[in-house]
Design a protein around this ligand. Structure first.
Ligand SMILES: C[S@@+](CC[C@H](N)C(=O)[O-])C[C@H]1O[C@@H](n2cnc3c(N)ncnc32)[C@H](O)[C@@H]1O
Length: 275
């Protein structure tokens, strides 16, 4: 005996909502689509479809991991869309966020053949999406985490994107020959740890999230180091409320034309400095 998709979804939505997810229906639909091996649209088109056989158990397990274990949906599915590409993700890397797509927008205006470095690439999101949209750019991606680089390397290979991947602490050993430096660094303040949702703080890598008491420790090292390179563009993702301070650091380092871009939620999200 099967369960109609609509009923399976309704009870999953209740369990996932009770666990604090802000998108319980979307989460449930994505998990059920994965359990059934179909895409989400197929569920919506045919809500009377039945969930039968092993898919029932698979879906129950996924819903339990989401609602009781607070595992991020992207880790449960093993992938996350970012701009025009799909990235494999797992707990070795941050789940790429939609607001980070702004950094790629900023870089799309770079001149032909520009040499671009994505510092703290994680899954490879920024570097790979940029290379996919601007194959003429010479893109390098770095991370201090060897485990994250394994994920980025596998993504680059699967997507057949020619991006160089290097292990480095910020710009150490990476030379000065860059035209643009992009980064979505860790920027969560330690004091905000307790305000993060359990799926973030309990599952995403701490080294991708936290940067000292006020969240600016990594940026305070990265900005002056970027100023010592040839880069004429430095574009950085920042946390809510950090843009003013980061724009001041970027300006003081010599990137005197600073611009702050807002994300779709209206939050000042990217500081771009040019010189
Ligand atoms: C917020 S995550 C961003 C990941 C990816 N760029 C994205 O937007 O989804 C920050 C990344 O910076 C890396 N990282 C942290 N400290 C670093 C350092 N000192 N040097 C290089 N990478 C660092 C982390 O390992 C993590 O992958």
């Amino acid at each position: 005996m099967g369960v109609p998709v609509r009923d399976a979804l309704d009870s999953a939505v209740i369990a996932i909502a009770a666990s604090g997810s802000t998108s319980p229906r979307l989460d449930a639909e994505l998990l059920l689509a994965s359990a059934l091996g179909v895409d989400r649209a197929a569920l919506i088109v045919d809500p009377r479809r039945e969930v039968t056989g092993p898919a029932v158990r698979t879906f129950q397990d996924l819903v339990r991991r989401r609602s009781v274990g607070h595992e991020p949906v992207a880790y449960l599915l093993g992938s996350r869309g970012f701009r025009y590409i799909d990235l494999a993700v797992d707990p070795r890397v941050l789940v790429p966020r939609p607001e980070t797509e702004l950094l790629v927008d900023v870089a799309l205006a770079l001149p032909h053949g520009a040499r671009v470095l994505d510092v703290g690439t994680g899954s490879g999101a920024i570097a790979l999406a940029l290379k996919a949209e601007r194959p003429d750019l010479e893109v390098t991606a770095s991370d201090v985490s060897a485990a994250a680089l394994e994920v980025a390397r596998a993504n680059a290979a699967r997507l057949e994107l020619d991006v160089a991947l290097v292990e480095a602490d910020l710009l150490d050993g990476l030379g000065a020959a860059w035209d643009a430096i992009l980064s979505n660094p860790p920027y969560v303040a330690e004091r905000d740890r307790s305000t993060l949702p359990p799926d973030v703080v309990g599952h995403e890598p701490g080294g991708a999230l936290f940067a000292g008491a006020d969240g600016l420790d990594v940026l305070r090292r990265l900005i002056p180091a970027a100023a010592l390179t040839a880069a004429t563009l430095l574009a950085l993702e920042v946390g809510a409320g950090q843009a003013l301070d980061v724009a001041a650091l970027v300006g003081a380092a010599g990137f005197t034309q600073t611009e702050v871009l807002r994300d779709l939620a209206g939050i000042e999200r990217v500081v771009a400095g040019r010189r």
